[in-house]
Ligand binder design. Structure first.
Ligand SMILES: [Zn+2]
Ligand SMILES: [Zn+2]
Length: 254
């Protein structure tokens, strides 16, 4: 085989390998693109990426840099149970379909791409954690959906960063209504006392720093409830990394 044919074959094999990991088209609109695991030139500028300056605790983005360690009014008024939350991008009209497609339409091949971006946005949190765990689904919903979108992300982030992932660290004691469409207060009520450390994992948390993974942070009620169980179960600290987060004009989250 000539050198150029070998190179062509290698390039093709490399491409096949990448296609197996990443969806071949744009991860949002599926338009063909040259590099798998990316957004196309039309979708990329539409997204709002979350970067500093933001609230040191919940990651709510600020328009102006108020200095290191600055905290938003919501976190000042009522600090969340988790220590820090970070996200890749804003949940808005541009990102909604991409995220819902991943969550509800079996487009699970987006998980490696999302996890790759989350690894960058949450590099500090990943570096600081001892163990990664996902927000669990109730087993009835898991059967219906066939996969836990947060667990897929947690698994990929663990692999990419060589960190241990405990998928069954938390369980949902009872099924809950979907948080979608509920008010902030109703969301709090809906998840209160719902999560617990899986009995077999009860002794594995002593003094550990846990990184909790979810797909979207909305009011923070779910990750806060999970964090409470983890802290009560012995975790020293819980950080939260989500792919996306809702950003309201006034941060009434958490
Ligand atoms: Zn696109
Ligand atoms: Zn905050």
């Amino acid at each position: 085989m000539s050198l150029s044919a070998t190179t062509r074959l290698l390039t093709q094999l490399q491409k096949t390998a990448l296609d197996a990991i990443f969806p071949p088209g744009c991860v949002s609109c599926a338009e063909p693109i040259d590099t798998p695991g990316n957004l196309c030139g039309r979708c990329w500028p539409e997204m709002t990426y979350i970067s500093a300056p933001y609230c040191d605790i919940c990651g709510f983005p600020f328009e102006y840099d108020a200095g290191d360690g600055f905290v938003c009014a919501t976190c000042l008024r009522q600090p969340p149970v988790f220590a820090r939350a970070r996200a890749v991008l804003k949940y808005d009209d541009a990102s909604r379909d991409m995220i819902l497609g991943y969550k509800h339409s079996d487009q699970t091949n987006r998980a490696p791409t999302f996890a790759n971006w989350m690894s960058r946005a949450g590099a500090e949190l990943i570096n600081d954690c001892d163990v990664i765990c996902p927000v669990p689904l109730h087993h009835k919903r898991l059967i219906k959906r066939r996969f836990n979108q947060s667990a897929l992300l947690a698994g990929e982030i663990g692999k990419l960063n060589d960190k241990p992932v405990i998928h069954d660290l938390l369980t949902r004691k009872r099924p809950t209504k979907s948080q979608g469409g509920l008010s902030a207060k109703a969301r709090l009520r809906n998840v209160r006392g719902v999560f617990e450390i899986t009995p077999a994992r009860k002794n594995s948390l002593d003094g550990t720093v846990v990184l909790l993974i979810d797909d979207v942070l909305t009011t923070g009620a779910t990750v806060n409830a999970c964090s409470r169980s983890l802290i009560e179960g012995g975790a020293a600290k819980v950080d939260v990394l989500t792919f996306s987060r809702v950003v309201r004009a006034s941060n009434t989250a958490i």
